[in-house]
Design a protein around this ligand. Structure first.
Ligand code: UDP
Ligand code: MG
Length: 321
């Protein structure tokens, strides 16, 4: 019988674990789907991992791991994928903002031959205007940069085992799960869902973390900013040729004294361009540096008893008691 694995990254979600575990296991048992739930506590500082251990003790379908520190949701997703054993894997938020009712539909689509089922947001749930603006801008920029429509896409997806294995083989450390499934290809269908409201706790994203996420993902998926630097360089060279000719003409005509304004403006503009360009290049060098160091995406500090086999991350296997 085919098995469904569900990956649930969780950061400081102690209020959600027990409820989410119950809702999902009840639903899947009702539907007669063989399942496993994989909770990854992303270095939570509250009792999230203890909650995971508790639910895993009560239900052998549930397992989980704790990170040694907060590595971010991306890392949580990939660690979760690695721990799954199912024939199909669904990734979803553990705050149930991704509605569980969609799971059986995704499962059905998978049984009918889909290899990736993309969850597409019908509309965002109640969120602050500020969040809407920043998230909206984020997706606009992302869609432009990676040439895929990211506006409605989300991390709520079902992946066939094949796709999971492909993603786990990728050597890169700066992953962007949402876009990687587009990149991977495969037989993809999409399904709409409505983002639910969070029942417990608050959103784990701040404006700064969202901005960091945007820049990190843009640079991991596109080299366009780097090419823009060249374009800006060409534009300023053209501009300076025009100005150089004008200056020379003035000089030859003996009217070259005034023009400090131009000088100051030029220094400011060109200085600005140079610094911006250096920043962009610096960002990519930082990326290369990070990839070259080859550190693991995450470090697992503990796993529940029912996790078998070795887990990557610098920590291997379970300590002998
Ligand atoms: N999350 C995580 N690590 C982080 C931040 C968030 O694993 O550093 C998890 C979080 O626990 C939740 C999911 O990612 O399950 C989505 O986060 P959240 O609900 O805060 O984001 P939002 O729904 O507001 O976009
Ligand atoms: Mg949420």
């Amino acid at each position: 019988m085919a098995k469904l694995s569900i990956v649930l990254p969780a950061y400081n979600e102690e209020q959600n674990i027990a409820n989410t575990a119950k809702v999902l296991s009840t639903l899947l048992e009702e539907q007669g789907i063989d399942y496993e739930l994989v909770f990854i506590s992303d270095g939570s500082k509250d009792g999230t991992y203890e909650e995971i251990v508790k639910v895993a003790k009560d239900n052998h379908h549930i397992k989980g791991a704790q990170f040694s520190r907060n590595f971010g949701k991306e890392a949580g997703i990939f660690a979760g994928l690695e721990l799954t054993t199912g024939d199909a894997v669904i990734v979803m938020d553990c705050d149930l903002q991704h509605p569980p009712e969609v799971i059986p539909k995704m499962w059905k689509l998978w049984q009918d031959g889909a290899e990736i089922v993309e969850g597409i947001k019908a509309k965002r749930g109640k969120e602050s205007i500020f969040y809407k603006l920043s998230a909206g801008l984020f997706y606009k920029i992302m869609s432009k940069l990676i040439k895929m429509d990211m506006n409605a896409s989300s991390d709520f997806k079902l992946l066939d085992r094949k796709v999971v294995d492909v993603l786990l083989e990728l050597p890169e450390r700066n992953t962007f799960f949402r876009a990687l499934t587009f990149w991977a290809g495969f037989k993809t269908v999409s399904i709409e869902y409505e983002v639910q409201e969070r029942q417990f706790g608050t959103s784990k994203w701040s404006f700064m973390s969202l901005m960091k996420y945007a820049v990190a993902n843009a640079t991991s998926f596109s080299t366009l900013p780097l090419q823009m630097v060249t374009v800006m360089g060409v534009i300023s060279i053209l501009f300076s040729v025009v100005l150089a000719i004008q200056t020379m003409v003035k000089y030859l005509m003996g009217t070259a004294v005034e023009g400090f304004t131009t000088v100051i403006l030029l220094i400011l503009i060109i200085g600005g361009f140079i610094m911006l360009s250096l920043g962009v290049i610096g960002h990519y060098i930082a990326r290369i540096y990070e990839e070259v160091k080859g550190r693991p995406k995450y470090i697992i500090s503990d796993v529940t008893d029912n996790v078998q086999g070795n887990v990557t991350g610098s920590w291997k296997g379970k300590r002998a008691e």
